[in-house]
Design a protein around this ligand. Sequence first.
Ligand SMILES: Nc1nc2c(ncn2[C@@H]2O[C@H](COP(=O)(O)OP(=O)(O)OP(=O)(O)O)[C@@H](O)[C@H]2O)c(=O)[nH]1
Ligand SMILES: [Mg+2]
Length: 302
Amino acid sequence: MQNQKSFKSAFVALIGRPNSGKSTLMNTVLQEQLSVVTPLPQTTRRNLKGILTTDDFQLIFVDTPGIHQGKHVFNQSMIKEARTVLEEQGIDIICYIVDLSREFGEEETSIANMISTLTAKILIVFNKIDLVDVPEKKINRFYELFPQFSKLPQIQISANLPETREKFLNALDPFLPEGPCYFDPEELTDANLRFFAAEFIRKQIILNTREEVPHACFVEIESYKEDQDKHRIHATIHVETAGQRGIIVGKGGSIITRIRKNAEKEMAAMVQMPVSITCHIKISPKWRDNERFLKFMGLPAK
Ligand SMILES: Nc1nc2c(ncn2[C@@H]2O[C@H](COP(=O)(O)OP(=O)(O)OP(=O)(O)O)[C@@H](O)[C@H]2O)c(=O)[nH]1
Ligand SMILES: [Mg+2]
């Protein structure tokens, strides 16, 4: 009788402080630019599943918002969003992405407290080794601060390098339980086109504005019509002040036009169809502290 290899599957959460490279790592493994990556901390605001299926296994990665105790209700909401993933039954492996290029801060303590009591397997992923002269020094410092992790399996990577894909998958391999193919092998994500439209617009806001402005924006998709000739998207960009609206509009509408056009291009590449986006900019004062607003937009309450 032939010895048939069994199929394996696992849900893998990616968790860490903002800007540690969670979304970069997911994209490298999937070999797709699925999750938005920018140099700005707090780029990811919602959990996003990325699915990798081969003949032997299916891995469902969940990219999460960076853990950061900010001053707004919205920050608590994002932490809750990430924490929900960890507390979800069925997460098999937690990958704790540690940014070696920065000093360890209170975020690491929060994450350590959050995951120390969980039963899922934990893999410590030391990232951005290309940015530090002596990674071992930083890693030892991490273990001094958080001795509870010193016995756990770990890898050291640069998430943005293509060769990291294999290294990371090899590190996950021993953890993978036998399991079914949960999603259609063709599926890359469970998120819908509205999600990506909002993300691509927000990415362009991040790339074309500065300081507080990207953090103060919320993109709402009012409608998404899949017409035969074109996808037509109406979006509202919520800002907190008239000043922020002025910055997003730009001189003679130059900035909002660039945001719109670039987002159209990215969306068109994804759906392989022409795309048109219209943006309305609305002042929603203090939306980051408005629980009703956050709830209405489908974000978890505090
Ligand atoms: N040099 C270097 N840069 C990296 C590496 N990994 C990620 N980056 C960069 O770090 C920045 C943040 O990466 P993201 O993947 O968006 O980080 P994130 O953890 O998803 O951040 P949030 O969504 O804000 O929580 C981007 O500019 C990436 O290109 C790495 O290994 N080396
Ligand atoms: Mg991210």
